[in-house]
Design a protein around this ligand. Structure first.
Ligand code: NOJ
Length: 552
């Protein structure tokens, strides 16, 4: 591969914490249970803050913990300013953020503006008020088609499968781009934007350092909600994806006003607040539009997560990612795992939910190498809980226990996301692997397989070559070596199958994506390796960081 300069160093003024932070995603329901009901909670997170501190992350992002009937595990919010009783109270949230800040950990919360829950007071009022009422104007209600209004108002499909419309108990239908329990707000109504600005201020006033924004390319729908004609089709269900439900130009105005609010708080309090968007667009140029200097600070770069384990594919994706920086003035938010995707160990192993685990030895080797690759790239990284434990996906959860609306709405065609949400193993020798307090014998909300013991945090802490140690050492090096945050990025020439690049003058990362050993293209002192055999040779599916001799 050819040598080229791809990404200049970040200018000094752009060195805000979030530009280079490593953020740990906490799926609250599955992280740690403090009260023995088998469901994770905020006090459980608080008790594990020292673990996150010693892991070396800079911040945590909490998945939704708000009051919710849990049809989509909290992404169906009935009260945007509270805490669901299973997860604690506002006081437990305040304790959590206070303790996190004491440990110098920042806290991001999740906000879900595209849709709410059918139990949200506005939606209840809309149902009660009937067709034509001002209450219904907060959502997308419309009359059905067909002689008796028995057909949905247009041909849009839900992302989780089936029609995107649900019939109310009268002549009208309401729009839900996800589950039927998640009605979409009408963002063309001024009440909706004012409401969410208050929600934003509520959490900023409570001290959060940022917000992760769900479906940030959603919100506005094409005016008139027209049928789509040329939709792309979902590869699994065959459902057309609604082009008119996403990425409408008006949405950028929302992000400009939210950015102004975040900047106001940053200025007023002297603490930078960040807005990170979940923008499900794979077109990098379109994605970059969402992180222009006066819009969201960052958007997740999911192309990296979706890339095959292949040097050319990864090279191209990294180039596209870093290209967005030049275009947007922001930094890339790299992601290998999250609560919506099968875990990387399983993906790289060729396994999949419902289809078996694949070759986990191979998957783990690649996931270790991918971690070093990601953590050496310019920008920030978002880790998903359990990634540092090398957890594979649980691919064989019995169907009757699956809770994901995606599984049910797709008629089982999509297995859903439960397999990456199984409660974490903390200690190998305790009930529920230490997820719930010892002696409480609470049944975890999803069953943990016996092999979770091999991934328990206490066991991995005692083993010097574990995945947990790899993450801890790599994160410690990120803190110690400024070039990893601020050094410019330069590809090095390599043989096929191999990627190598430098950060600043002092450090190089080399990755062997091939299935045979190769010569390490970089000379110097190996700082960290994903494979204990790595040195002058790079074993198959391995990566190293090398300290370069001065001036190279
Ligand atoms: C994206 C979230 O990450 C996912 O978990 C959720 O189901 C959908 N948005 C709907 O809120």
């Amino acid at each position: 591969m050819s040598a080229e300069v791809c990404c200049p160093p970040l200018p000094g003024s752009a060195r805000d914490w979030w530009q280079t932070a490593v953020v740990y995603q906490v799926y609250v329901r599955s992280f740690a249970d403090s009260d023995g009901d088998g469901i994770g909670d905020l006090d459980g997170v608080r008790a594990r803050l020292p673990y996150l501190r010693s892991l070396g992350v800079d911040a945590l992002w909490l998945n939704p913990f708000y009051p919710s009937p849990q049809h989509d595990h909290g992404y169906d919010v009935s009260d945007y300013r509270g805490v669901h009783p299973e997860y604690g109270t506002l006081e437990s949230f305040d304790r959590l953020i206070r303790d996190a800040h004491r440990l110098d950990l920042k806290v991001l919360v999740d906000v879900v503006p595209n849709h709410c829950s059918i139990e949200h007071p506005w939606f209840r009022a809309a149902l009660a008020a009937g067709p034509g009422s001002p209450e219904r104007a907060h959502f997308h209600f419309a009359d059905g088609r067909g002689e008796y209004g028995e057909l949905p108002p247009n041909n849009w499909r839900s992302i989780f499968g089936g029609s995107a419309w649900q019939r109310a108990s009268d002549t009208q239908w309401f729009l839900h781009t996800f589950a039927a329990e998640q009605p979409d707000f009408n963002w063309r109504h001024p009440d909706v934007s004012s409401y969410f600005e208050e929600v934003l201020r509520f959490w900023l006033d409570r001290g959060v350092d940022g917000l992760r924004i769900d479906v940030a390319h959603g919100l506005h729908k094409a005016d008139g909600l027209p049928d789509h004609e040329h939709a792309e089709h979902d590869e699994l269900t065959g459902d057309p994806i609604n082009p008119h439900a996403w990425n409408q130009p008006e949405v950028h105005g929302v992000w400009r006003s939210w950015r102004a609010i975040a900047e106001e708080y940053s200025r007023r309090t002297g603490r930078d607040r960040v807005l990170v968007g979940e923008v499900g667009l794979l077109d990098t140029d379109q994605l970059a539009q969402y992180q222009r200097p006066d819009e969201l600070h960052q958007t997740f770069f999911f192309e990296f997560l979706r890339a095959e384990w292949d040097d050319q594919a990864l090279h191209d994706v990294i180039d596209r990612g870093l290209g967005t920086i030049a275009g947007s003035g922001s930094s890339v938010a790299w992601v290998l795992n999250n609560h919506d995707m099968p875990r990387s160990v399983t993906r790289y192993a060729g396994g999949a939910p419902g289809a078996g685990p694949g070759d986990l030895h191979l998957g783990l080797a690649r996931a270790r190498a991918a971690a070093l690759l990601m953590l050496a790239l310019p920008g920030s990284s978002y880790l998903y809980q359990g990634e540092e434990l090398g957890l594979p996906e649980v691919t064989d959860l019995p169907e009757h226990l699956l809770t994901d609306p995606m599984f049910h709405r797709s008629g089982g065609v999509r297995r859903g996301r439960d397999g990456c949400r199984v409660p974490l193993p903390w200690t190998a020798a305790h009930d529920s692997f230490g997820f719930s307090p010892d002696g409480t014998r609470g049944t975890t909300w999803l069953p943990q397989p016996d092999w979770f013991a091999e991934h328990a945090a206490d066991l991995l802490l005692g083993s010097g070559d574990s995945m947990l140690h790899l993450y801890r050492e790599a994160l410690a090096l990120r803190h110690r070596i400024p070039a990893l945050a601020f050094g410019d990025f330069r590809w090095l020439p390599t043989e096929p199958g191999v990627l190598a690049f430098t950060r600043g003058d002092g450090l190089a990362c080399a990755v062997n994506c091939s299935s045979r050993p190769v010569c390490n293209p970089v000379e110097g002192v190996v700082l960290i390796a994903s494979d204990t055999e790595a040195g002058e040779k790079l074993p198959a599916n391995s990566a190293v960081w090398t300290l370069l001799p001065d001036g190279t």
